[in-house]
Write a protein that binds this ligand. Structure first.
Ligand code: 5AD
Ligand code: SF4
Length: 461
């Protein structure tokens, strides 16, 4: 008898995609698919794609070319191989994906994948199917059912969606077009899903949304809840020891949310708050709706609320019209804030966005030079931040076995990877750990009360 069919879900891009990929894997498991280790072992592959920059989109088509060859080989052996394209490229390009790559069986957008099982039935009958409807409410309802039926959870940390879509229309960004308008989930659904996750062993919850701090959802008491109100509720769930939220827009960084960092001990002292640029002229051209001093003021207030708070941000270099002076202003803002970690990108013109229409695009070499300069500065800051953790005792949530025997790995409140000596029974526990050394990508620590500091240091690095 042949074994059960296997599926592989490969995800690109943001946390929202990671979340969607997990939900799709759950739906496929319910349909009878076991999890494949990779695309070679699979009978069905889902590419959960990202459209944010041109490079990400092109990667999808080269990956599809590879999968098409795999499918042809399988076909020659008389075996079936299904290729599904999901995520934002599916949403943005729809049937064009089917035209560009004949081997694709199914194209499903981020707001319709809850219908994956029905769509697969049609694909199995030989139809080449596209579903890119915007039906976020339906999707939220379906996710809620899935939560009630119990999740496949193996992780200590998990995402929970509070909000999808974006109304901000930054002039470089495709998200408002691929993910649609801002829609918040009902608080009761989020709480239900969070409780299911906590019950299955999850200890750290990251509340996600393209604009999560714009959250406005119907609360359990009938009132409209803000993100801080929701966080306060989630903090009461038994088993949840750490809360995070991402991604936030500066203009929705309310006083109430800033205060939550002082009031909620479970809320991690770490905020990802993309600023994109430090130049007021470029911020205006990007339609970010705030200037550099507005951002710096938020940082100051966050630090006043929670002195040990660490910040992270996204930057774009080479937005159309960006001069050397504009770029210098970005570097100045970075120097002023001091970031624990960052993501930085060269501007990529996206079809349909206002930025792409401009005739003052920046030369590729200039973008590359600026990106290198910016990355050198933020890397210096990241290393300095990590070095400053050495000697401190921080709460580490242990998530998995470490790379070496007898080691265990976890995360600091500031998203740093930390290794210490310890057994697997510590997975899911949050313990005070004294950081003894900083490597380039992780920290070595000693669990407080442990007696072999030298061993810990040696083994962990
Ligand atoms: N080009 C480069 N970077 C972009 N981002 C969004 N759109 C573009 C684009 N067209 C970056 C922003 C955003 C992050 C998720 O991706 O920095 O915060
Ligand atoms: Fe894109 Fe701006 Fe919306 Fe973020 S806030 S998703 S960058 S349009």
């Amino acid at each position: 008898m042949p074994g059960r069919a296997k599926a592989y879900v490969k995800s690109y891009g943001c946390q929202m995609n990671v979340y969607d990929a997990t939900r799709m894997a759950e739906l496929l498991a319910k349909r009878g698919y076991d999890e494949a280790a990779d695309e070679d072992e699979a009978d069905l592959v889902v590419l959960n794609t990202c459209h944010i920059r041109e490079k990400a989109t092109e990667k999808v088509y080269s990956e599809l070319g590879r999968l098409a060859r795999l499918k042809a080989e399988r076909g020659a052996e008389g075996r079936d191989y299904k290729i599904v394209v999901a995520g934002c490229v599916a949403q943005a390009e729809g049937e064009e994906v089917l035209r560009r790559q004949r081997a694709v069986d199914l194209v499903v957008g981020p707001q319709s994948y809850h219908r994956l099982s029905d769509l697969l039935t049609r694909a199995e009958a030989g139809e080449r199917v596209t579903d890119t409807d915007f039906a976020v409410e339906d999707k939220f309802r379906a996710l809620r059912r899935a939560a009630a039926e119990g999740k496949r959870v193996r992780d200590v940390a998990a995402f929970v969606t509070a909000q999808e879509g974006c109304d901000k229309f930054c002039s470089f960004c495709v998200v408002p077009y691929t993910r649609g308008a801002e829609v918040s989930r009902k608080a009761s659904e989020i709480v239900e899903e969070a409780e299911a996750l906590a019950g299955a062993g999850v200890r750290e919850l990251t509340v996600i949304g393209q604009n999560v701090n714009a959250y406005r959802g119907a609360g359990e008491d009938g009132a409209l809840w803000s993100l801080p109100r929701l966080l306060a509720r989630l903090a009461r769930i038994e088993g949840v020891t750490r809360l995070r939220y991402t991604t936030s827009h500066p203009i929705d960084m309310t006083e109430e949310l800033i205060d939550a960092h002082a009031a909620l001990p479970t809320l991690a002292p770490f905020v990802h708050l993309p600023v994109q640029s430090g130049s007021n002229r470029i911020l205006k051209a990007m339609n970010r709706r705030h200037d550099a001093s507005f951002y710096l003021d938020i940082v100051a207030r966050l630090r006043a609320a929670r002195p040990d708070i660490a910040l992270s941000s996204d930057f774009i270099v080479g937005f159309p019209g960006e001069t050397d002076a504009d770029f210098e202003a970005t570097l100045a803002l970075i120097r002023q804030v001091g970031f624990a970690s960052t993501f930085s990108f060269k501007y990529s013109p996206r079809p349909g966005t206002p930025g792409a229409e401009r005739d003052d695009q920046i030369a590729e070499e200039v973008k590359s030079e600026r990106l290198a300069a910016l990355q050198a500065l933020v890397e210096e800051q990241r290393q300095a931040f990590n070095a400053a953790t050495v000697g401190r005792t921080v709460e580490i949530l242990f998530e998995k076995p470490g790379r070496h025997a007898g080691q265990i790995a976890g995360k600091s409140p500031y998203m740093q990877a930390v290794h210490a000596m310890g057994g697997e029974e510590l997975i899911g526990k949050t313990l005070p750990v004294t950081i003894v050394a900083a490597g380039s990508n992780s920290l070595a620590g000693r669990i407080v009360g442990q007696t072999t500091p030298d061993d810990a240091r040696e083994a962990a690095l």
